[in-house]
Design a protein around this ligand. Structure first.
Ligand code: NCD
Length: 336
């Protein structure tokens, strides 16, 4: 694995499967009454959020705390960024305080890459979403959820998603989730179909490893999963479709459309959902919708990523006392 996680496209099939398998180990910790591991004790992780976030920010923080890291939360609102401080100065300020990893979400595509490759800081950089570019941990948690649902929890270990068909529907143009999923699902052997109105399909999509369709109904019966995306109004400076009603009618998922999916197929959504727009409440609340499972998976997957980027070479759940723990126990015994 590389030292940073900037793009889902940087992961090999074996990297991705290792992360997903490690996340399964981490998920076992979440099932315990005490959900904490000492793995990152003494390491500092800063969450640098220049853009709004609910799930991703809380999930990273939970993952860091479950690995016993010291956590610093930084949000652009209320910081000196609103006084005009640059990314470079902000990063160097954090580096001067001695951080081991930076989790960054930024409105500008490429900001995490810049941070990782600029020489400004030495710490590991994890992209938590940059502009319309990438959101690699989202793609990993989606793959984790899919693998579990389609293959089963035990059977999933060591395996990829070869031959599965995933349909991604909605505002592809502005979606870093779509881009990351196309890259990762392709690496894992799945076939991806993007469905959107022509105005929300990015220029150059022909070079992506996926198919494109403008007709949701024709894709449903062949899908193992249908991933619904939010229309990202905050990134739109023009009208991309006539009315919301028209959009929902053609590209929204309702109960009637869901019934045309194969029985085993699931509905996914990265959140935040806009009920009544891309997804009806009936679908969002149905047992076929994995939105909540995806959130739970997010914590395990982010623990796995942090562990693999920062942690040692020991198995994540080693029950052997580490040298450090043995030494401190011996020291405590001497003091008695
Ligand atoms: C997405 C994001 O921020 O890219 N949400 C998320 O991270 N779970 C998608 C969105 O905002 O619609």
């Amino acid at each position: 694995m590389q030292r940073h996680l900037i793009s889902a496209a940087d992961l090999t099939r074996d990297d991705a499967v290792l992360i997903l398998d490690t996340a399964e180990e981490m998920a076992r910790v979440a099932d315990r009454p005490i959900k904490k591991l000492p793995t990152l004790r003494g390491r500092t992780v800063v969450n640098l959020f220049f853009e709004d976030s609910t799930r991703t920010r809380i999930s990273f923080e939970a993952a860091e705390k479950r690995l016993s890291a010291d956590v610093i939360n930084f949000t652009a609102k209320g910081s000196s960024v609103s006084k005009g401080e640059s990314l470079k100065d902000t990063a160097q300020t954090l580096e001067a305080m001695g951080v081991d990893a930076v989790v960054i979400r930024h409105g500008a595509s490429g900001a995490p890459y810049r941070l990782a490759n600029s020489g400004w800081i030495d710490s590991a950089v994890i992209n938590a979403g940059d502009g319309t570019h990438q959101h690699p941990t989202q793609a990993l948690l989606d793959a984790f959820t899919l693998r579990r649902r389609l293959l089963g929890r035990e059977a999933a270990l060591g395996r990829d998603l070869a031959g599965r068909r995933v349909t991604v529907v909605g505002d592809i143009l502005h979606s870093r989730v779509a881009r990351s999923n196309v890259d990762l699902l392709h690496t894992l052997g799945a076939e991806v179909v993007l469905v959107a109105p022509p105005t929300l399909v990015p220029v150059g999509v022909e070079s992506w490893p996926c198919e494109v369709s403008y007709d949701l109904d024709s894709t449903l019966a062949k899908s193992d999963a249908v991933m619904m995306l939010r229309v990202q109004r905050e990134r739109m400076n023009a009208a991309f479709f006539p009315t919301e009603r028209e959009y929902s009618r053609r590209y929204g998922l309702d109960g009637e459309r869901m019934a045309r999916m194969p029985e085993h197929a699931v509905v996914m959504h990265p959140g935040p959902m806009v009920r009544g727009m891309e997804i009806t409440a009936e679908v969002a609340d149905s047992p076929r919708c994995t939105a909540i499972e995806q959130v739970t998976a997010g914590v395990s997957v982010r623990m796995a990523v942090l562990y693999l980027l920062l942690g040692g070479n020991e198995p994540a759940l080693s029950r052997q006392p580490s040298a450090e723990r043995t030494a401190s126990t011996a020291h405590a015994a001497e003091e008695k």
